[in-house]
Design a protein around this ligand. Structure first.
Ligand code: MG
Length: 469
């Protein structure tokens, strides 16, 4: 009789001990790696149909994981896109829209508001080591750098690699094509200190990669969060000696092929550390290709327009997720997902609680990632700066305003809105508004609800927007 009552107790104790051991080892909290390219287009990778640029490591990542066809950055340019990734919110909520606060510029005094809760801040509460390598672009003054937003370590450029032309560099766009490192003066920072005022940009991808691999090696007892935000393929383009002149796609191809090598190194480090079964890796880009730079800009494939635009090519970007044993291999995912979802999903995976005092726009896409079904999602909103230009609901996208990314055209309002079916017309060529008033009405309702939920931007940002000139 006694033995029958002791066994359940032993079982419970054993289960508790196991749970504690799992928690202590970090196995219940996966490592998370985000690799973020800058201005990489939807059509720039082999696994997205590029016939020339060689990306075997990203192709392998997609073959072993999930490749999203309808993955969105939450903004059309660098700064708001990065704010959305790290906060899970449309940049209009944090005020990180470039036309208002100019965090984009090298002389801006602003930064990501301290009131914003970032993904690394949430993960640190769950015991994660948090490291950032690469381009930040959420405020370059010391008080705005990554160490003040949840990262334990930082190595990289505070903003874009074209933002401080050197004195004496030629005026105009030609200097971008010359591949002369002497023309540029974007500093390289470690922590909050300038490490090099004039880093050799040809070595950046290699150096970022070495930092990332070192971080993985040092933190492999886990759990850790690594945000590797590459400087390239933002212009001016630079590749190291090993890759320069090697791609059949020219210098742009050289740069992408070096980024692909970097992905291979990071994946190799995860495998070497035996971490692949407990690490989620997400690869994406901050916005579409910068088409005005011609052969130094990328491709959005079949999508219309590029960086700076709310046409699909400006905001629909590559999105690949990898976690062997959890993310099913070789899946092409056609459901909509966004960089804001990364915030909600990773926080949940880590067991963190999302902040309850604000709207989080991203949704937990774990059901999609793990092959368990669709997620409930409302409309996706396309902003240019702080102005709502378009909205997608299901396959339908309504444009209220259109404008090319960097062309001379003015914003063109549409009443009724242009309406495209992205499933049948991914290039957004055929306006079907006249035949679908009910669809437009549903999108209008979604927009009205979204607008009603917007709060004014934080006053702190308004005060810090002062420009030096
Ligand atoms: Mg960018």
């Amino acid at each position: 009789m006694k033995s029958t009552s002791v066994f359940p107790l032993l079982f419970v104790l054993l289960a508790l001990a196991c749970a504690e051991a799992v928690a202590a080892s970090g196995a219940s909290r996966p490592n998370i790696v985000i690799i973020y390219a800058d201005d990489l287009g939807w059509g720039d990778l082999g696994c997205y149909g590029n016939p020339v640029i060689r990306t075997p490591n990203l192709d392998r990542m997609a073959a072993e994981g999930m490749r999203f066809t309808d993955f969105y950055s939450a903004a059309e340019v660098c700064t708001p896109s990065r704010a959305a990734l790290l906060t899970g919110r449309y940049p209009v909520r944090s005020g990180m829209c470039h036309d208002q606060f100019r965090v984009l510029r090298s002389n801006a005094a602003g930064g990501l508001p301290k009131e914003e809760v970032t993904l690394p801040e949430l993960l640190k509460q769950r015991g994660y080591a948090t490291g950032m390598v690469g381009k930040w672009h959420l405020g370059h003054l010391p008080e705005h750098l990554p160490l003040h937003h949840g990262f334990d370590s930082y190595f990289g450029l505070p903003f874009s690699n074209d933002m401080l032309p050197a004195p004496g560099a030629p005026k105009g766009r030609d200097k971008f094509y010359e591949e002369k490192n002497d023309y540029w003066r974007t500093p390289l920072i470690r922590g909050t200190e300038v490490l090099e005022a004039h880093p050799d940009q040809r070595q950046l991808t290699r150096r970022y990669t070495e930092e990332a691999v070192r971080f993985i090696g040092e933190k492999k007892s886990g759990p850790f969060f690594l945000y590797l935000a590459h400087t390239f393929p933002h212009v001016p383009l630079f590749a190291s000696e090993r890759f320069r002149g090697k791609s059949p796609a020219g210098v742009y191809g050289d740069v992408i092929e070096e980024l692909d090598w970097s992905v291979g190194e990071v994946m190799g480090a995860l495998r070497a550390g035996g971490l692949e079964k407990n690490t989620l890796v997400i690869f994406s880009s901050d916005n579409g290709p910068w088409l005005i730079f011609n052969h130094h800009g990328g491709s959005a494939g079949p999508l219309r327009e590029g960086k700076g635009s709310t046409w699909e090519g400006g905001m629909r970007v590559p999105g690949i997720a990898w976690w062997p044993g959890r993310v099913p291999a070789g899946v092409v995912q056609h459901e909509v997902a966004t960089t804001m979802d990364v915030f909600a999903t990773c926080a949940k995976l880590a067991g963190a609680t999302l902040p309850a005092d604000r709207t989080i726009d991203g949704v937990d896409i774990a059901p999609l990632l793990f092959g368990m079904g669709a997620v409930e999602r409302g409309a996706f909103f396309y902003y240019r700066g702080s102005t709502l230009y378009a909205a997608r609901l299901g396959h339908w996208k309504a444009h209220f305003i259109t404008r090319s990314g960097y062309g001379p055209d003015k914003p063109e309002p549409h009443e009724p809105p242009l309406l495209h079916h992205l499933g049948e017309d991914p290039g957004e060529r055929f306006d079907r508004s006249a035949a679908n008033p009910a669809v437009l009405a549903r999108i209008d309702e979604a927009v009205a609800r979204h607008r009603a939920g917007l709060q004014p931007a934080p006053s702190q940002l308004v005060e810090t927007v002062a420009q030096k000139n």
